[in-house]
Design a protein around this ligand. Structure first.
Ligand code: AMP
Length: 845
């Protein structure tokens, strides 16, 4: 069987072969054939070499491209005094250039020394659009090992070719990076490619690093600053039709064939035979600024402004690949797998190796690093990565991180400049999932821990400064102060004496104000999201506080949970049914009965289960995983932990570790089915229903996510747990012929089973319960993680609910699925082991 990774590689190879790169001369050769050229100056051949008899040395494509670019730039400079182009993208100025009614062809361009004709600005040039890919950028081996790749080899030549906007790095370089990253499943290669691209930018045009990082991470601002592009698919289609000279039917035909808008754009650009305007290479910064302008365009006429910017981007994109990634960026779905963690790792490594001209921080010599042992090198990388990740987890904004790195590299300064800051949300600490109380007790054995109700509401991170300004952030770091004016008005009342500044975390839960009874999560989702007026609130909430990360100018992150909780409980004032602390029970693994009772009480009160948190840091550096603390009750109970296994591992700390899912926080959810685990899956395709369900989609194909590549791997068909109302609504969302339903399998989906009737646009996450995880001959999810030949699937999957709080990028990963399978297998083993011990005990008795 061909592995999915191989399949993708084959596909991409095939697509490359079907589109042989055409030199610039391709077009001019065509011009000559068509008799449009009357000029004998045009002496170059398709391969860029001089014609027989010419005195010129043969030119490479790259040299030719550079020369032509230099000519065009000279023209622009020559006329800029008469008609200064409007730097705002999509200006009418550029529009007139493209759309003059009677195009007049420019003189054919010659590889001979530039003959500047001094044409007026609005004279049109004709050039082969598909052929103008930047050959220099496209030839840089960015995927080489950073220990052998030397940016200095390329920087000077690149800088020479960066002739636009005062020498800004071209988008072609970033496109090269995206193409390489997209072409591999290897995480090492992805990181290496990013590292090298970042190094080239640091050394060649450091001002383009920040926009490059935003573009590569598919964002233009941190999550708490709302910047929506607000453009629909139709704006992109319109621009593509115009830029590539296609009509509706031609574009639709490509769309039906390919599905992914970026791939459609790639094909459309290939079909474009010529363009009636001079290409002005896109720069990284130019593309980023265009996106910012799109996001900022508001009010009347903003649609036209946005459209003009999109038009201009697509006209200026050189070649199919630039077009593909511009369109993916505009759709906010880059699919290059350069997710946050990969980017932070790449930044850390790049700044170990490179610094901008003039900077005086220390870097490491790549050749010296190459001589180190594997473990030594890993340690050096890890140190830098840890510093960058920790800083970003406390202060997740590239606008602050990148300037700090460019100035001082990886240094102490990072934690000062990019540390915990009021009104900038830190990334939340997360809890590791456990299958049941039994597993939790095994993990926590030997420690004191707090069991807390796991409320089913919305996580709220509340910042309050000395002036009383309040910001409330969601779990995904979005600003939601406007959504909770009632919580804002509460803060002055709960601030105890002496509390000036703080960052606190809690769960906002819908409640019955009179009785304090909890309401379910669904009730909370009925609350308006934006600009809520306090008088209009119909869904009351109570904040159940569970952590305190900052108090009166001091970070508490390094304090153990017991201390943080004490401050939370003593420095703030409870207001029943409005603000209180989470219900809690302090315990050890011997308190099995009270823990079970507490767990049942939690689930009876509409809570999802319990959170279990380590209270103290360990006294010693290393300790056994399961400290010798035999259960006092000699009778086996259903919760009894298995026999101890003495294993050495890093001791767990009770500190607040932003952005980490550690076992110092465990979540135990109530049993949904045969297993308490659930998966958050993405619906990706479906079949027409049978019988009663004939009008709806059923079954529905669900997928996990590959967090390295962004691909989606089908894991099971689901046809249980849906109501008829749900089916009906679902059919409307994924209506045939609509924008969310496609006829072709998107390239980013891995699925080898019988073809579904429709492919869904991935846009939501569903929580799914199941009996167990099974090895599957059909499904390829997590293939290579537990078996080389088989993927994983689910037995008896059952839809539970739509995860409104989760985006597609937060769906369960293939790694998580594989982890569940391993845990299931371990549990079978542990079960046998416990049964064995119990038998022995019984026999002794
Ligand atoms: P999950 O969404 O399943 O990963 O569970 C973690 C979420 O549970 C957190 O993000 C909080 O929103 C929520 N939660 C509810 N109660 C607590 C609690 N006592 N401690 C921590 N998180 C809680």
């Amino acid at each position: 069987m061909v592995s999915p990774a191989k399949k993708r590689k084959l596909n991409s190879d095939a697509s490359q072969k079907s589109a042989p790169p055409r030199g610039l001369e391709y077009f001019f050769a065509k011009q000559r054939q068509n008799g449009t050229s009357s000029d004998s100056e045009s002496t170059s051949r398709e391969d860029g070499s001089a014609q027989p008899g010419s005195q010129e040395q043969p030119l490479t494509d790259e040299e030719l491209a550079r020369r032509l670019q230099a000519e065009w730039d000279a023209e622009v400079r020559a006329v800029s005094g008469q008609n200064t182009p409007n730097p705002a993208l999509g200006s009418t100025d550029s529009g007139s250039e493209q759309l003059a009614p009677t195009p007049q062809l420019s003189q054919p361009r010659s590889p001979l020394p530039a003959i500047h004709t001094g044409k007026p600005k609005n004279t049109l040039s004709l050039s082969s659009a598909g052929a103008t890919e930047d050959q220099l950028s496209a030839s840089i081996p960015l995927d080489e090992s950073p220990l052998t790749f030397n940016p200095a080899t390329y920087v000077a030549r690149l800088q020479e070719s960066w002739t636009v906007d005062g020498g800004r790095a071209t988008y072609a370089l970033l496109t090269r990076c995206f193409v390489l990253v997209n072409g591999t499943k290897s995480r090492i290669k992805i990181v290496d490619t990013l590292v090298n691209c970042i190094r080239v930018l640091i050394e060649g045009d450091s001002a383009s690093l920040l926009p490059a990082v935003w573009l590569a991470t598919n964002a233009i601002s941190p999550p708490y600053i709302s910047m929506e592009l607000g453009i629909g698919g139709s704006a992109i289609s319109k621009a593509l039709k115009q830029a590539c000279g296609l009509d509706n039917r031609a574009l639709k035909a490509i769309y039906d064939k390919l599905g992914d808008p970026g791939d459609v754009a790639f094909e459309a650009k290939k079909k474009q035979s010529f363009t009636l305007r001079k290409p002005k290479p896109l720069t990284i910064d130019g593309v980023f600024q265009s996106l910012v302008k799109i996001a900022k365009a508001q009010g009347q006429g903003s649609g036209d402004v946005k459209q003009r910017i999109v038009d201009k981007l697509l006209q200026d994109a050189r070649g199919g690949e630039e077009t593909r990634y511009i369109v993916r960026t505009l759709c906010q779905h880059l699919r290059i797998g350069a997710v946050k963690t990969t980017m932070l790792i790449a930044l850390a490594r790049a700044f170990l190796l490179a610094k901008p001209p003039g900077a005086d921080f220390a870097t490491r010599d790549a050749q010296e690093l190459a001589k180190l042992k594997k473990e030594e090198l890993a340690e050096i990388w890890a140190g830098a990565e840890q510093a960058v990740k920790a800083s970003f987890a406390r202060h997740p904004d590239y606008n602050d991180l990148i300037p700090a790195l460019l100035e001082n590299g990886i240094s102490e300064d990072l934690h000062v400049r990019c540390g915990l800051t009021l009104h900038i949300p830190l990334m939340p600490m997360l809890g590791a999932i456990t299958r049941d109380l039994f597993e939790m007790l095994c993990k926590m054995q030997g420690s004191e821990f707090a069991c807390e109700y796991k409320y089913d509401g919305q996580r709220a991170q509340i910042h309050c400064d000395a002036e009383g300004k309040i910001s409330i952030f969601s779990r995904h770091l979005e600003l939601m102060t406007d959504k909770y004016p009632d919580l804002v008005s509460l803060i002055p009342k709960i601030r105890g004496e002496g509390v000036q500044t703080f960052i606190m975390e809690g769960e906002a839960v819908a409640v019955d104000r009179a009785t304090g009874e909890l309401r379910n999560f669904q009730t909370l989702t009925n609350r308006a999201r934006k600009d809520v007026a306090i008088g209009s609130i119909t869904i009351d909430v109570c904040l159940f506080a569970f952590d305190l990360m900052y108090l009166n100018g001091e970070s508490l992150l390094d304090q153990p949970f017991r201390r943080r909780r004490e401050l939370l409980r003593t420095r703030f004032v409870e207001i029943p049914h409005h603000f209180t602390w989470v219900k809690t029970l302090d315990a050890t693994s011997q308190d099995q009965e009270s823990i079970l009772a507490f767990f049942n009480a939690a689930t009876d009160s509409k809570c999802e289960g319990i959170m279990v948190k380590l209270l103290d840091n360990p006294a010693t550096e290393t300790q056994p995983n399961n400290a010798p603390e035999p259960p006092s009750d000699p009778q086996p109970t259903p919760l009894k932990p298995p026999p101890e296994k003495r294993t050495r591992r890093k001791p767990l700390l009770a500190t607040y570790t932003p952005d980490k899912r550690l076992e110092s926080w465990l979540k135990v959810k109530k049993d949904y089915a045969a297993t308490s685990d659930t998966l958050d899956l993405i619906p990706i395709a479906a079949w027409h229903g049978q019988g009663r369900k004939a009008r709806w989609w059923s079954p529905i194909l669900l997928a996990v996510r590959d967090d390295e590549t962004g691909c989606l791997e089908a894991v099971c068909k689901c046809m249980s747990g849906f109501t008829d109302a749900f089916y009906k609504a679902n059919k409307e969302v994924y209506a045939e012929g609509g924008t969310n339903a496609h006829v072709r399998k998107p390239g980013f989906v891995e699925y080898a089973g019988p073809a579904p009737d429709v492919w869904f646009e991935p846009r939501e996450v569903w929580e799914v319960a199941f009996a167990d995880v099974t090895l599957s001959p059909t499904y390829t999810a997590a293939i290579g993680l537990v078996s080389e030949e088989r993927g994983l699937s689910l037995r008896f999957p059952r839809f539970l609910r739509r995860r409104e709080d989760k985006g597609v990028e937060e769906a369960s990963t293939r790694g998580f699925l594989a982890g569940l399978w391993r845990k299931q297998e371990e549990r079978v083993d542990v079960g046998k082991e416990v049964a064995g011990v119990e038998q022995e005990e019984d026999m002794e008795a």
